[in-house]
Design a binder for this molecule. Structure first.
Ligand SMILES: [Zn+2]
Length: 492
């Protein structure tokens, strides 16, 4: 405006800045409106900040030049560039327009080049989905896991993959957890929406891949789920035709090994037609893949396995009251242990103070000339050594007391819920519980056995209330000395 005053221009109308890109022609309604305004004879000049603001594509530039040629447009004014409506001036203007176009082209080429580098490095060039964050540091732009949301989203995937959750139910879980969309420039901060959840469940990004410009890339970001799980989720969503329809999912397949030859136990479905109805049976049997050995193990029906798994699970089950007694004993032990370690820490501190005092005393003796130089050096050496030793042990970590307590708590929650879970569990759920309780399930002579986790076994023995203390102490010793060990348990 100041410029207009100075140049003595009569401003007829001000057109607001265009929000749309000047790169493509016919994409700028305000520019069109402005030209029409001039064609209609309402004005005979344009005042613009710079030529490249006026036209960044050749068609826009051409229109302006054409209006100048026709004499409808008499003059152009730019605060920073001089323009004269002469043949030289028009030639200069076309140069400026071309330059603007070159700038735009070059910019997009650079952006594209940068994008290709990023894509080939495995970094998705877009806003990361919930559970991940875009960061930019000296290593360039990357996508990292969102410490707060990653575990939440991962839990949602796990829940969904159990097949027990519909999307609305999953949404409810997400809201219970308080899963929000990260705050970005204009959006975010709100709880995840239903459509957001659908989008999430359909995004291969979580399995470590991403799509860009209709091409699939292997991402460098940390995957949250496996590709197999992603495909399972798509099947559950009904997005691809369900592989379950083609091939039945066998609950215990891939879980057990053959007790005789050690090879995998596989499953098979057979149909028996008795004339009236067609019934299907699932059998599990050794895959008989060992070449030099002929395994004699025979097959077991899934129903029979269900029964045996149920017995194993029941063996671990404890009641609410036992769980409480155990937790109470564990809490007492932890309190005792913490105060013990606190005592140890205090002792160590005292020792350091004592040694420092002795060193001071020694120095005083030397100053007062009551001991010889040699004696002083010798004593000081000993004390210094002790001090270094004491300081080292003081800074050493005391065993983490809450780790074992947490493991016991988790175990208790699992064991006390078993009874309820078994009642409504299908084979898949039972297989999952079995995995949580122990390892190495094997099938020998149609009998299933697993190595139960030792600490869970100890707890599931359910001692009298007075001896929970001993159980908890034993469990603690197992847990702090080595990872949960296993003992064999058999189904009936
Ligand atoms: Zn076998």
């Amino acid at each position: 405006m100041k410029f207009a005053d100075r140049a003595g221009l009569n401003v007829v109308k001000i057109f607001p800045g265009e929000s749309k890109s000047a790169k493509t022609p016919n994409n700028r309604p305000i520019f069109e409106e402005c030209l029409q305004f001039i064609r209609d004879g309402n004005a005979d000049g344009i005042l613009s900040w710079e030529p490249n603001r006026l036209a960044r594509n050749l068609m826009d530039g051409g229109q302006i030049q054409h209006l100048l040629d026709l004499g409808i447009l008499k003059d152009l004014k730019f605060p920073n560039t001089h323009f004269e409506n002469t043949s030289t001036g028009k030639f200069m203007l076309s140069m400026l327009f071309s330059q603007a176009k070159f700038y735009v082209d070059d910019l997009s080429q650079n952006v594209r080049r940068g994008m290709n580098v990023k894509l080939n490095q495995g970094w998705a060039p877009f806003c990361a989905p919930v559970g991940y964050l875009n960061i930019r540091d000296f290593n360039g732009a990357r996508i990292i896991t969102d410490g707060e949301r990653f575990p939440m989203v991962q839990r949602l995937w796990k829940l969904f993959l159990t097949g027990y959750y519909s999307v609305p139910q999953l949404l409810e879980e997400a809201h219970k957890m308080g899963l929000t969309i990260p705050v970005r420039r204009k959006s975010g901060g709100s709880l995840i929406s239903r459509s957001g959840l659908f989008k999430m469940l359909g995004s291969e990004f979580y399995a470590g891949y991403f799509w860009f410009a209709r091409k699939r890339y292997v991402g460098k970001h940390e995957p949250m789920i496996t590709l197999k799980q992603f495909n399972e989720a798509q099947a559950l969503l009904g997005r691809i035709d369900r592989p379950r329809m083609k091939q039945r999912e066998f609950a215990y397949r891939g879980l057990m090994t053959c007790g005789e030859c050690g090879f995998a136990v596989t499953a098979e479905e057979t149909k028996k037609d008795n004339g009236k109805s067609c019934k299907s049976y699932i059998y599990y049997h050794c895959s008989h893949k060992r070449k030099e050995y002929e395994c004699r193990q025979r097959s077991v029906e899934e129903k029979e396995l269900d029964r045996q798994v149920q017995i194993i699970l029941n063996g671990f089950s404890i009641g609410e009251r036992e769980a409480d007694a155990c937790r109470k004993a564990a809490a007492e032990l932890m309190a005792k242990e913490s105060s013990f370690f606190e005592g140890v820490r205090r002792e160590r501190q005292k020792k350091i103070e004592r040694l420092q005092k002795s060193l001071d005393n020694l120095t005083r003796l030397r100053v007062e000339d009551r001991i010889s130089d040699d004696e002083f050096e010798r004593q000081r050496g000993i004390l210094k050594n002790d001090l270094v030793e004491a300081e080292r042990s003081a800074s050493s970590r005391t065993p983490l007391t809450d780790n074992w307590f947490e493991t016991i708590e988790k175990g208790l929650n699992l064991l006390k819920s078993l009874e309820k879970e078994i009642k409504c569990a299908d084979s898949i759920k039972m297989a999952q519980l079995l995995k949580e309780l122990g390892s190495n399930p094997r099938l020998t002579d149609k009998k299933l056995s697993i190595n139960g986790k030792k600490h869970l076994l100890l707890i599931s023995k359910k001692p009298k209330s007075s001896s929970w203390w001993n159980v908890v102490t034993a469990v603690r010793n197992i847990l702090i000395n080595r990872p949960p060990d296993a003992h064999s348990v058999k189904g009936g």
